[in-house]
Design a protein. Structure first.
Length: 113
C-alpha cells in the first residue's frame, strides 16, 4: 500500500513548492512540510497507519476509531493498487461488500434509531 503513496508523491512532485501556491491546492503545502519533516518513508508509514486495510474485522475497527475521533466521514476504498491482479482486487472488493458494508449499514441504522 505504501508503494502506491510513494508513486503518487513522486508523480505529483509533492516535495516541491509548486502546489502550495496553486489555486485550490494550497492545503498541499502542509503535505510538503510533512514530507520535509518526516521524509517520504515517514509519510508512507503514517499513511499505512491511518489507512483502513487488513481483515474485515481490522477494517471495521479502524473505521470505528476514525468515527470516534472525527464523527461522520465518507469512505473511498481502493481495491487495486501496487500492481495486484484484477482477480485479487475483485476478491478484496467482494469481501469488503460482504463483511464490511453490512457493518457500516448497521451503524447508520443504529444512529437513526
Amino acid at each position: 500500500m505504501t508503494k502506491y503513496l510513494l508513486t503518487v508523491l513522486d508523480h505529483y512532485e509533492f516535495a516541491g513548492d509548486h502546489l502550495k501556491d496553486a489555486k485550490g491546492y494550497e492545503a498541499y503545502g502542509d503535505a510538503v512540510e510533512a514530507i520535509r519533516a518526516f521524509g517520504k518513508e515517514g509519510m508512507a508509514a503514517g499513511y499505512l497507519d491511518v489507512t483502513a486495510w487488513g481483515t474485515p474485522e481490522q477494517i471495521i475497527e479502524k473505521y470505528q476509531k476514525r468515527y470516534e475521533l472525527l464523527g461522520d466521514f465518507d469512505i473511498n476504498p481502493c481495491f487495486r493498487f501496487g500492481g495486484i491482479s484484477y482477480e485479487e482486487a475483485e476478491r478484496s472488493m467482494r469481501t469488503f461488500a460482504k463483511h464490511v458494508v453490512p457493518a457500516l449499514k448497521d451503524w447508520d441504522a443504529r444512529k437513526a434509531a
